[in-house]
Design a protein around this ligand. Structure first.
Ligand SMILES: [Zn+2]
Ligand SMILES: [Zn+2]
Length: 125
């Protein structure tokens, strides 16, 4: 009979080990600690169609009003600025799948995300 610990897949056990935040090096932490996520991916008002940053209270940018793009909505968890390009590149091009969860968590934290994901036909990353 296998013990409780040996019956679990090794990847499941490794995922539970403490690690450092990739940004501030605080640990034990997730790949991005809550303080860094709040600091570098703070919620900001954005165009509901293209996700361009906008002043509060403005729903759509002028470009989307004048020339509506062929998509219904776009979500952005943060600006494409430091530190996120390196994190995204690690995930997309360097095979670091450990970023999948934290990056998805940032996207799911956008207030409109759950409703849009439930209602959409397709998602383009
Ligand atoms: Zn951190
Ligand atoms: Zn727009």
């Amino acid at each position: 009979m296998l013990s409780r610990w040996t019956a679990r897949p090794l990847t499941s056990l490794l995922a539970r080990l403490p690690s450092q935040c990739a940004l501030c090096r605080d640990w034990p932490s997730r790949p991005v600690c809550e303080a860094c996520a709040a600091r570098f991916a703070a919620s900001a008002p954005r165009c509901q169609t293209c996700a361009l940053p906008l002043p509060a209270g403005v729903a759509r940018c002028g470009d989307c009003v004048v020339h509506p793009p062929p998509l219904d909505a776009c979500l952005a968890a943060c600006d494409y600025a430091w530190p996120w390009p390196d994190c995204v590149a690690d995930f997309k091009f360097r095979g670091d799948t450990g970023w999948a969860g934290p990056l998805a968590q940032l996207l799911r934290a956008i207030p409109r995300a759950a409703a849009l994901l439930d209602a959409c036909d397709r998602v383009l990353p």
